[in-house]
Write a protein that binds this ligand. Structure first.
Ligand code: HEC
Length: 140
């Protein structure tokens, strides 16, 4: 059991290192549940890419309930290969509401390009369209 936990920990670190530049809280998405892999809306800024949406355990618990997701929920959308995505978009439920960030690979690491402390409005503009689903497009 101990070895298993250690191995899982090391794997987590390995994955996190592969996503250099992405905050640790988001970098572990590959271990979370996939909540959407196909049938994603074709519109939007990332149209036409092979996208996957992951929900952390807190988000997963309420994903299908119709209720607002709890503080601590994190939803990550990636495009491209799981271990080296060409896009990592994140939504984190904070006390103040959803917080949005979007990372792209550049020069061997991931760089925050959109969203973030000064860029929330861009993301909010679109996601407000699905306010009734707690701002999540792919939620049922
Ligand atoms: C032009 C509209 C638009 C803008 C702007 C936009 N999104 Fe989205 N977003 C979508 C659509 C549509 C989806 C559904 C999945 C898909 O088609 O990619 C989505 C899905 C997501 C998801 C998966 C959870 C969900 O809602 O289903 C995340 C995470 C996300 N967006 C993050 C962001 C971030 C971060 C930004 C700002 C940097 C942003 N989005 C800006 C339209 C938009």
């Amino acid at each position: 059991m101990k070895q298993y936990v250690l191995l899982a920990g090391l794997l987590g670190v390995a994955i996190a290192q592969g996503l250099n530049g992405v905050p640790a809280a988001y970098a572990g998405f590959a271990k979370w549940e996939k909540v959407a892999t196909s049938g994603l809306p074709t519109g939007g800024p990332h149209a036409g890419q092979a996208k996957v949406v992951y929900a952390n355990p807190a988000a997963l618990k309420e994903w299908k309930s119709g209720r607002a997701l709890p503080v601590g929920s994190i939803v990550v959308k990636t495009a491209g290969p799981t271990r080296a995505p060409t896009l990592i978009a994140t939504m984190e439920k904070r006390r103040s509401g959803w917080y949005y960030e979007e990372y792209f690979p550049e020069g061997g690491r991931y760089v925050l390009k959109f969203g973030g402390p000064n860029g929330q409005q861009l993301c909010v503009g679109c996601h407000t369209g699905v306010q009734a689903k707690d701002f999540l497009f792919t939620r049922p």
